[in-house]
Design a protein around this ligand. Structure first.
Ligand code: GYE
Length: 323
């Protein structure tokens, strides 16, 4: 009898320990905040980037996630080491916005081996589908093609284009540049200048256009791969007395569609602005919550984007913009 009692007692102790262990593991899971590692490009790269960073931080905070955000500041190698460090720190999710589209395989493999879902945002990276969990990006070539289609409709007799590209090797620059280069070849347009501005820099763009004007280079289209560089180009043209926009000698095409830039479209300073939606935060929160719930997620999600034309934009459209 005594023996039976002691066996039952030992069994009860073992069961309670097991339950405690389970509870502490489950409780641990319940109480543990989801940590999201974010490898961002640059802190002050552009107004688009600021809106993008704010969207990520605000959405993750609202979702109760802990965010570990780091900035590559123009240095691809630094981004790689930052991503590896976040993997070492065992973040629950890794979100990468790459300065460069190439060179991410080792990071993606390390994340996979560590069981950390790899989410690419903003710019698609050169990774096979087995190396990333999901993508929330823009189709930059499609954005560029929208600009090409618009320019075709202008039916200009003699097209001479200044291309102000973004950071060399970023998928945003690669896609938008590919579209205009192929569009020019297809339509017999002349690209009189085609250079990428490091860091999408507005001042560099202004100086490049000022130098072109000083050298007597003729052009009637500016294709600036973001709003800030388009503004720099307009400042250079204004300083030289060159008219541009709706009623000017030079057509101005921009990308991003920041609210301040749409004011310029409404004012007729920019002819066209192609939207590039930076508000990735809520989309990534939805993805993470789906993954936490064990649901299957959409692998490749391109954000919906439109174009804004100075001939059709309205005050209501501009006022309704959230970034
Ligand atoms: O167009 C530019 C930003 O990756 C789409 O990066 C983004 C680009 C955007 O600095 O303004």
């Amino acid at each position: 009898m005594k023996k039976l009692f002691s066996v039952v007692l030992v069994l009860m102790i073992m069961l309670s320990l097991a339950a405690c262990g389970k509870d502490s593991k489950t409780t641990g899971k319940k109480d543990k905040k989801i940590t999201v590692g974010v490898v961002q490009t640059n802190a002050n790269e552009s107004d688009w980037r600021t809106a993008n960073t704010d969207s990520l931080n605000n959405a993750f905070k609202e979702a109760g996630f802990e965010t570990k955000m780091v900035f590559g500041e123009g240095d691809h190698a630094k981004q790689i080491s930052q991503a590896q460090q976040l993997i070492q720190e065992e973040v629950d999710y890794l979100v990468v916005l790459g300065l460069q589209s190439a060179g991410w395989e080792d990071v993606a493999k390390a994340a996979k081996e560590a069981g950390i879902p790899f989410i690419m945002a903003d710019r698609k990276l050169d990774l096979s589908e087995d190396l990333y969990t999901a993508m929330v990006c823009s189709d930059f070539e499609a954005e560029g093609n929208k600009a090409v289609e618009w320019l075709e409709k202008q039916a200009l007799s003699d097209v001479k284009i200044v291309v102000l590209g973004g950071d060399t090797g970023s998928s945003a620059q690669l896609g938008r540049s590919k579209a205009i280069e192929e569009g020019a070849a297809k339509n017999g347009w002349e690209i009189v200048f085609n250079q990428n501005m490091k860091g999408w820099d507005e001042t560099l763009a202004k100086q490049a256009v000022a130098d072109l004007i000083a050298s007597g280079t003729e052009f009637n289209v500016v294709y600036a791969e973001n709003d800030n560089m388009a503004r720099g180009a307009c400042d250079a043209m204004s300083a030289a007395g060159i008219t541009y926009g709706k009623n000017g000698d030079v057509k101005v095409i921009a990308f991003d569609a920041n609210k301040w830039a749409l004011e310029k479209v409404l004012a007729g300073e920019f002819n066209l602005d192609v939207e590039c939606n930076p508000l990735h935060g809520p989309r990534i929160v939805k993805l993470i919550n789906q993954l936490e719930a064990g649901e299957k997620v959409e692998k490749n999600a391109y954000v919906d984007e439109e174009v804004f034309d100075c001939d059709t934009i309205t005050r209501e459209i501009v006022d309704a913009r959230s970034y």
